[in-house]
Write a protein that binds this ligand. Structure first.
Ligand SMILES: O=C(CO)[C@@H](O)[C@H](O)COP(=O)(O)O
Length: 213
């Protein structure tokens, strides 16, 4: 299992210290939540802060857009050369075109599904994706409880992925901890995003190791 701590749960007064700490503690990606105050009722960080994160991160960035105007934000963050940019299927009229645009910028394209969105909604996009992110909380805030229905959903998606594009990774985000990690692994999940679980642990190495099963 790959682990991508969400910097949303970091101490923003000590962002450099916290980003370095998760990288040194063995995370695989640094997950960055970009929220615009419209698609979700919260507002987070823009390219100035994300470039400061990129400057001190020794692991690749995984940028999750929770915004209304995806194309505008892809153009804003592409120069930072993240490994992944993911956007919400619920907010995109032309997902296939945006996938092609992200790939043409040298970045791996990923799509995010809210808890209620059917896995079948990405069936005809799967062949062109590097990752699908399943939200296991309603997007907008860290520290929420895990929504259990993501487990059967991940199993269904994993079966589709194995048939259509075995190289496409499945990521789950929200309420992930040492209690649900085994269920996620069994369901075929490859990457977990964990915010409060990792950042609330004094020993981040131990927290990350407990998710790498
Ligand atoms: O995208 C989001 C929330 O919208 C997540 O990345 C959370 O920030 C994860 O935090 P925890 O649920 O692990 O505390």
């Amino acid at each position: 299992m790959y682990v991508a701590p969400s910097v949303l749960s970091a101490n923003f007064g000590n962002l450099e210290r916290d980003v370095k700490a998760i990288c040194e503690a063995g995370c695989d990606f640094v997950h960055v939540d970009v929220m615009d105050g419209h698609f979700v009722p919260n507002l987070t960080i823009g390219p100035v802060v994300v470039s400061a994160i990129a400057a001190c991160a020794t692991k690749p960035l995984d940028i999750h857009l929770m915004v209304e105007n995806n194309t505008f934000f892809v153009d804003l963050f592409a120069p930072l050369k993240p490994e992944y940019i993911s956007f919400h299927i619920e907010e995109e009229k032309h997902p296939h075109r945006l996938i092609q645009k992200i790939r043409s910028l040298g970045i791996k394209p990923a799509i995010v599904l809210n808890p209620h969105t059917l896995p079948e909604s990405v069936e005809y996009l799967l062949a062109d994706l590097d990752m699908i992110l399943l939200m296991s909380v309603n997007p907008g805030f860290g520290g929420q409880s895990f929504i259990d229905s993501v487990i059967p959903k991940a199993k269904k998606l994993s079966a589709m992925r194995d048939k259509i594009n075995p190289n496409c990774l499945i990521e789950v985000d929200g309420g992930v901890n040492d209690k649900n990690i085994a269920l996620l692994k069994d369901a075929g999940v490859d990457i977990v995003v964990a915010g409060s679980y990792v950042f609330n642990h004094f020993d981040k190495k131990e927290a990350i190791a407990s998710l790498k099963i």
